[in-house]
Write a new protein. Structure first.
Length: 144
């Protein structure tokens, strides 16, 4: 059987260097955001307005984490949070004009960074990578 002791280490190592690379890219672009904030901004850009709970579920962030990230994005003027008419506890999150501009201005640079991460890898490598990560995710999801 394959020695799987290092899986957690390899995943963490790769995640950390990817976040560091994105943080440096954001700094070079003079964007005052973190990789975690970008995930929400990007998701809203791709999917439009949604509830805070939906955004948290779709980006795998728990309630306290999603609330903190959104608070910071609201302070920066990148997203808006609007309480629901029928239920004020259900809030709707959307990009502001400033958030839309940030996405528009930085999308090409972010796409270049994403493409850089796949240099020297094939489409087949990518498909295998996604399949493997999805299977690991599903294996752990069965326990939760």
């Amino acid at each position: 059987m394959t020695d799987v002791k290092r899986i957690g280490f390899l995943l963490e190592r790769t995640t950390r260097i990817a976040k560091l690379s994105f943080s440096r890219a954001f700094a070079a672009l003079k964007l005052d955001i973190t990789p975690e904030q970008w995930i929400l901004i990007d998701h809203l850009s791709e999917n439009g307005e949604m509830s805070q709970k939906e955004l948290g579920d779709n980006t795998f962030k728990n309630a306290p984490t999603i609330s903190r990230i959104i608070d910071n994005l609201v302070k920066k003027g990148l997203v808006s949070r609007v309480a629901g008419v029928k239920d004020r506890r259900k809030t709707s999150i959307s990009l502001t004009a400033q958030g839309i501009k940030l996405v528009y201005d930085s999308k090409k640079d972010i796409e270049n960074l994403r493409n850089h991460s796949w240099e020297n890898l094939s489409e087949h490598d990518y498909q295998d990578f996604v399949r493997i990560l999805d299977q690991i995710f599903n294996n752990f999801s069965k326990q939760c």
